[in-house]
Design a protein around this ligand. Structure first.
Ligand code: CTP
Length: 404
């Protein structure tokens, strides 16, 4: 058995020793069968949450009402969920109640897609009552049972379907796609936070070029923050080289650029992204406008941006223009390494020095003077040494006085 499953075997064996059924389920089994990197290993069991909590010394009650208990086993946390069927769905997002059942098949039946409704026992035997393996072989995403029902239960599943297209390069089964087109308006019930999580996975997938036009074709785009008027641009965005980007801030920056978003802050705020991500995406786009070509970075621009952001700017430019240049990345690294200082903290003088030298009370002039100093240092106009900077400053003041 492969390592992430092998490490969790102890949990399955312990449950079985006490007479319960227990299986690996969900994304990890799917990814094992596809031959993809395996993420979190989840377990489904016939044991009730309180029974699970009794059987293991270290558990966390993360949602026992919905059947889920986290079991910490050899330092790793695993979600162990009681076989369940969902009761009526409240507003197409989460079941009002769940009913615990003692059969695996009942549990698998309530899952979204056939590829996600496969279980594996402790010997590695696959239990696949809904044809998930066949769907994987045919590279198809299709719902378990009636697509309309699955999407009415949780409308986010429609977005998950398109996200899986981006991650796996599979196609949507015809009836699944048709049901998404029909049920797209149910997305209005979904929280922005859940949409954003799916959108970030979608934009990071290797097959994003197939997924973006699907957001347009299915009509889902109309319910995503700020995208309602962007159908055509969303289709065109498929042409950009998304897989060349490695950071979420770069992807949001490229999305803004691809969709020709004029006012990026309200657009990114509508996706409820953290301020740090919004600020960084904004700074990447501002630098992209300031530096017209990869070879046009001045020392001052490179210093202000810092190496990481400068590399992000060039990654976004490359993805947008379709021309990846490792050379420019190398050149930027070399030029940054050659800067006399890498941060303002490395400056040989500080605010106190310039106040003492000027004999004037502090004011906005201190920051202006320090800005002039770091600019002079990074452009090698003056060496980063206190006495040299002092002499340079005196000379600058003299020239300034003469000219005014
Ligand atoms: N599931 C579902 N409906 C949802 C979300 C999840 O039926 N709206 C089921 C699927 O069987 C899924 C499992 O719960 O495989 C675990 O869900 P989750 O961890 O969110 O996604 P994964 O499919 O594991 O995919 P990944 O970990 O790659 O995000």
């Amino acid at each position: 058995m492969k390592p992430p499953f092998e490490q969790a075997l102890g949990i399955i064996r312990q449950l079985k020793r006490h007479g319960y059924e227990a299986y690996f389920v969900g994304g990890a089994v799917r990814d094992l069968l596809i031959g993809r990197a395996i993420g979190d290993v989840d377990i489904a069991t016939s044991a009730l949450p309180e029974e699970v909590m009794r059987l293991f010394p270290k558990t966390i009650d993360v949602g026992s009402k919905h059947g889920t208990v986290v079991v910490v086993h050899e330092g790793t946390a695993y979600e162990v969920t009681t076989f369940r069927t969902d009761g009526d769905y409240e507003d197409h997002r989460r079941p009002e109640s769940v009913t615990f059942v003692r059969s695996l098949e009942e549990d698998l039946k309530r899952r979204d897609f056939t590829m996600n409704a496969i279980a594996m026992d402790e010997r590695g035997t696959i239990i696949d009552p809904f044809g998930g393996q066949e769907a994987i072989e045919r590279r198809l995403i299709c719902t378990v049972g009636a697509a309309d029902e699955r999407f009415r239960e949780d409308a986010l599943r429609m977005m998950r379907a398109v996200r899986f297209v981006s991650q796996l390069g599979f196609a949507l089964a015809e009836d699944t796609k048709r049901a998404i087109v029909q049920n797209a308006p149910l997305m209005a019930h979904i929280s922005v936070e859940r949409m954003t999580m799916e959108m970030e996975k979608l934009l990071a997938g290797p097959f994003v070029a197939e997924a973006l036009p699907l957001l347009a074709d299915t009509g889902l785009f109309a319910y995503l923050p700020g995208l309602a008027a962007k159908e055509q641009l969303l289709r065109s965005a498929a042409a950009f080289r998304w897989p060349w980007l490695t950071k979420r801030e770069e992807r949001w920056a490229l999305l803004c650029r691809a969709l020709d978003v004029k006012d990026i802050r309200p657009f990114l705020r509508a996706w409820k992204l953290p301020n740090k991500v919004i600020d960084e995406a904004g700074a990447i786009l501002a630098a992209l406008d300031d530096v017209p070509r990869p070879e046009a970075w001045t020392n001052e621009q490179l210093f202000s941006a810092g190496l990481e952001r400068a590399l992000s700017v060039e990654a976004v430019r490359a993805a947008f223009c379709g021309a990846l240049s490792e050379l420019h990345h190398e050149e930027l690294r070399r030029r940054f390494a050659a800067l006399p200082i890498k941060t303002k903290r490395e400056l040989a003088v500080n605010g106190k020095d310039v106040i003492r030298w000027a004999g004037k009370p502090a004011g906005p002039w201190v920051k202006e003077t320090l800005d002039a100093i770091w600019r002079a240092v990074v452009s090698s106009e003056v060496e980063n040494e206190k006495e040299r900077i002092y002499a340079w400053l005196m000379e600058r003041n003299r020239t300034h006085e003469k000219n005014c």
